[in-house]
Design a protein around this ligand. Structure first.
Ligand SMILES: Cc1ncc(COP(=O)(O)O)c(C=O)c1O
Length: 503
């Protein structure tokens, strides 16, 4: 049980008790939200100018009061007041491929993201305050002034050489030794994905996807008249390899498109052994993998997860990424390392855009070379990890019983499975009236499933208003859940945004 009050700041009271009371107030006031990690005993002692023994006494009192818990080999954490929501279970895939027709809802969610009056839980867009906006813009202005001739002619089709060299250098951290010449720059990751799919498929082909999957894939599949076949996915470990093998045994597929590292929307991260096995399975079936790694550098652990591309033995992995989640979504700079499809992707890039704008590529190249990026990334990862703890605490506290939630080890999105019967479209409409945006589950599937799921973006500047918005959203979810329980069927709502037709 928790005790609310601590002893007063009375010099008669032993120092460790006074300190414990002060820290209890910090915890109860939300400075350290549930799930937050407290300083180590040593840094606590240093910060408070007390001995290690006093620091240990303070933490013991906080533990006795039920405010803090010890996690072996990890440290002291603020305890949650209610049991944490469990993780959602493994999803189920479809049996037949379908043609997709995404509706307008996805566009509306993206539109709301640009409206500052909304609590921005819908689109997965980092707020400018988290990004090195001024620094980058200064570099851009300087580069344009110093090398005006570069900005006035077409860049080479493959892209700005200095940037490609920086990208190749950074890809080493993901376990990929690629030559700068193998890198093709693009207008963001979506362009890279589009070019890759165009290079390896033809209309009518079947493409294998995780389920739920990134909506952008579904939109590209629709544009290229491709069929989607969704494969069961584990919210922690990613695509189920048995289900994938089963699908491959049943029908031919032209490509497999995945986000193996902090997938969107589940946040899963494939363990290395599964990545190696995945590469092997797809290679044996002669199916190219389009690997989307836009969240790869936003890991919370000590090391960057290795890309599946690191296990590529025959050039059949097309690795796509961008700087949209880490530096500047507005600069629209991404890239693809297409392996053995390099000529085809280069041709498609020429057909669709001739070249990528030089000024933004030049600015990002200089920024990467300048040494500020790693420091910026460290801060960004810490920020997201702390924000995730706040979101977990808020969902634990405000959302209805029966809510399940992912807790990804990187990125900035969480997936919530709300009580069965709850209609996420109705919740979306209701929340919108309160100027809260969210992404309803069915936009992440070609099959119209995930009706009771939502995705929340937690790349937001934390404030009382954000906390209030989460409380309101949790309250609305509670109401919707009670309503659906009473009526025995989901509340009425808009038509599902993604219409599908089996082939
Ligand atoms: C998985 C995934 N891939 C690609 C993108 C798009 O990236 P870009 O803005 O670089 O086109 C997003 C953006 O939300 C994403 O979540």
């Amino acid at each position: 049980m928790m005790t609310k009050s601590g002893p007063p700041d009375d010099p008669e009271v032993p120092l460790y008790r006074r300190l414990a009371a002060r820290w209890a107030r910090l915890i109860e006031g939300g400075v350290f939200p549930p799930g937050a990690r407290l300083p180590s005993l040593r840094s606590f002692g240093r910060q408070m100018s007390v001995s290690l023994t006093t620091a240990m006494e303070v933490f013991r009192v906080l533990e006795d009061q039920g405010l803090v818990e010890v996690r072996p080999q990890s440290g002291h954490y603020v305890r949650y007041r209610r049991p944490l929501p469990p993780a959602p279970g493994r999803t189920t895939g479809g049996r037949e491929p379908v043609l997709i027709s995404p509706g307008d809802m996805v566009m509306r969610i993206f539109h709301d993201a640009g409206d500052a009056s909304f609590a921005p839980f819908g689109a997965a867009v980092p707020p400018p305050e988290f990004l090195p906006v001024e620094r980058l813009n200064r570099i851009l202005a300087r580069e344009v002034r110093l090398r005006p001739e570069r900005t006035q002619s077409y860049d080479s089709i493959r892209g700005f050489a200095e940037l490609r060299a920086q990208i190749a250098r950074r890809m080493l951290e993901a376990g990929c030794a690629v030559d700068p010449d193998e890198v093709i720059t693009t207008n963001g990751a979506r362009h890279a994905l589009y070019l890759s799919l165009q290079a390896v498929t033809k209309p009518g082909d079947t493409v294998l996807l995780e389920t739920p999957t990134y909506t952008g894939f579904l939109q590209i599949l629709e544009a290229l008249r491709l069929r989607a076949l969704e494969i069961a996915t584990d919210p922690r470990d990613g695509i189920c390899l048995e289900a994938l093998e089963d699908a491959l045994a049943r029908r031919p597929a032209a490509a497999c498109v995945l986000v193996p590292t902090f997938g969107n929307p589940l946040g899963h991260c494939m363990p290395d052994a599964r990545r190696a096995a995945l590469a092997k399975i797809l290679m044996a079936a002669r199916v190219p993998l389009i690997e989307d790694d836009v969240y790869g550098e936003l890991y919370f652990g000590g090391t960057r997860p290795r890309a599946v591309k690191a296990f590529d033995r025959d050039g059949s992995v097309l690795f796509c990424s961008s700087f949209s989640k880490t530096i500047a979504p507005g600069y629209r700079v991404g890239w693809v390392v297409p392996g053995r499809y390099v000529q085809e992707v280069e041709r498609q890039k020429y057909v669709t855009s001739v070249a990528t704008p030089a000024p933004t590529q030049m600015a990002i190249a200089v920024y990467l070379a300048d040494g500020g990026y790693d420091r910026h990334l460290r801060r960004l990862r810490e920020t997201y990890q702390a924000l995730q703890a706040r979101f977990v605490a808020a969902v634990t506290e405000y959302f209805p019983e029966g809510t399940k939630m992912t807790r990804p080890r990187g990125g900035h999105i969480v997936w919530l499975e709300l009580p069965p019967g709850l209609d996420s479209f109705a919740l979306y409409q209701l929340a919108r009236r309160h100027r809260i945006s969210l992404a309803p589950g069915p936009i992440y599937s070609a099959s119209g499933g995930y009706r009771n799921c939502i995705r929340l973006n937690y790349a937001v500047r934390w404030s009382d208003a954000i906390d209030r918005a989460l409380r309101i959203l949790g309250g609305l979810a509670g109401q919707a859940s009670r309503k659906s329980r009473k009526s025995g069927k989901p509340a009425s709502s808009d038509r599902p945004p993604i219409a599908t037709r089996p082939m």
